[in-house]
Design a binder for this molecule. Structure first.
Ligand SMILES: [Mg+2]
Length: 319
C-alpha cells in the first residue's frame, strides 16, 4: 500500500465534516474559515515511540491519546477545538495497526467535534505529530501569564491516577482489581476538559493543562506571570483508587509529580471566586482549591496544612 492509498483509506473520508472546512485532506493545504470575531489557537504535540509510549501499546488508545493531549492544550486556552492535522512516521505499513490507530483517532476527534483536515506520512521510526487548531472569542484566550498575587489556585478532577496507571502497566505497583480499570482508563484514555476550559474564559486569570505533573507545570505559570505560589498538599484532589492503592507519601508524590493527568490548572481572582461553583456545576467535573498565588516571584512553596512540606521534585519522565 502506497502513501496515497494509505491516506485515502484511513484518513480521508472518516470523521466529522465541519461546515467551516472549505478544503480538507487531499489538496496541497487545508482551507479553513475562522469565525468573525474569533482568534485562531494552534498547538502541536509529538509522541515518539520509546520516549512517550511503549511501541506495543494498543494503537487504538494511542490514536485517542494523540488527539486528547492536543485538544487538552486547546482546552487550557479556553478554545473550542475545530481542526486537526497529522504527521505520521511509520517503520512499515501494518494495516491492522493503522486501522486501530485511525479508529481511535477518529472516534476521539468526533467526540470533540474536530475534523482531520490534513497530514503527511513518512517512513521511519514510529513517531506521531499532531497539530490542533481551535477558536476563541477575540482576546478571550486564557494564557499562563495572567496570574496575580492573591489569586486562588485550582485544579480540575483528581491528580496522580495516570501515573498510577503507568506503574500498573510497568508492573511496579500492585493495585486491587476493582481500581485497575479506573487508573488504566486515566492513563490510556485521558479526557480533555474542553467545556470547562471554555467556561473559564471570563473567570480564570491564567490556565494550563497538567501534562508533566503539577509540581513541574505550575512553575510555568509562575514564570510567565512573574509570581510565586503555595500549595497545600493536604488539599490535592485524589481518587479513591489512588488513596486505596498507595501509602499517603506515595499518593502525594504521584499527585504532585505524576504526569499525563491532563487536568486543568488555573487561577481565579478573589472577586470572581464566589461564582465559580455555580459557573462550573453543569460540567460534572469537581474543581478543588489547592493554594494561592504569592509575591515571591518564581518560588513554589509546598505546605501540609500550616507546616512546610519537604519534597524532592522528580520531573515526569514521560514513561
Ligand atoms: Mg499543555
Amino acid at each position: 500500500m502506497g502513501e496515497f492509498d494509505l491516506i485515502a483509506k484511513y484518513f480521508s473520508n472518516a470523521g466529522v465534516k465541519r461546515t467551516d472546512t472549505c478544503v480538507s485532506v487531499g489538496d496541497d493545504g487545508a482551507v479553513l474559515q475562522v469565525r468573525d470575531g474569533y482568534d485562531l489557537v494552534v498547538t502541536t504535540d509529538t509522541m515518539v515511540a520509546n520516549t512517550h509510549f511503549f511501541p506495543d501499546v494498543d494503537p487504538r488508545s494511542l490514536g485517542h491519546k494523540l488527539v486528547a493531549v492536543n485538544v487538552s492544550d486547546l482546552a487550557a486556552m479556553g478554545a473550542e477545538p475545530t481542526w486537526l492535522s497529522l504527521a505520521l512516521t511509520l517503520p512499515a505499513i501494518e494495516e491492522a495497526w493503522l486501522a486501530e490507530f485511525a479508529a481511535g483517532l477518529h472516534e476521539t476527534a468526533d467526540y470533540y467535534n474536530c475534523q482531520l483536515v490534513g497530514g503527511d506520512t513518512t517512513r521511519g521510526p514510529l513517531s506521531l505529530t499532531m497539530i490542533a487548531k481551535g477558536q476563541v472569542p477575540r482576546g478571550k484566550a486564557i494564557t499562563r501569564s495572567g496570574a496575580k498575587v492573591g489569586d486562588y489556585i485550582y485544579v480540575t478532577g483528581t491528580l496522580g491516577d495516570a501515573a498510577l496507571g503507568l506503574k500498573l502497566v510497568q508492573g511496579q505497583h500492585e493495585i486491587s482489581k476493582k481500581h485497575q480499570g479506573h487508573v488504566l482508563q486515566r492513563f490510556h484514555y485521558p479526557a480533555a476538559r474542553v467545556a470547562l476550559g471554555q467556561a473559564l474564559r471570563n473567570t480564570a486569570s491564567s490556565a494550563m493543562d497538567i501534562s508533566d505533573g503539577l509540581a513541574g507545570d505550575l512553575p510555568h505559570i509562575l514564570r510567565r506571570s512573574g509570581v510565586g505560589a503555595y500549595i497545600d498538599v493536604n488539599k490535592l484532589p485524589m481518587s479513591q483508587a489512588l488513596r486505596d492503592s498507595c501509602e499517603p507519601a506515595l499518593a502525594i508524590q504521584l499527585a504532585l509529580s505524576g504526569g499525563e493527568d491532563y487536568e486543568l490548572l488555573f487561577t481565579v481572582p478573589e472577586n470572581r471566586r464566589g461564582s465559580l461553583d455555580v459557573l462550573l456545576s453543569p460540567y460534572g467535573v469537581p474543581v478543588t482549591c489547592i493554594g494561592r498565588i504569592t509575591g515571591l516571584a518564581g518560588k513554589l512553596e509546598l505546605k501540609a496544612g500550616e507546616q512546610p512540606f519537604f519534597y524532592q521534585h522528580q520531573g515526569f519522565q514521560h514513561f
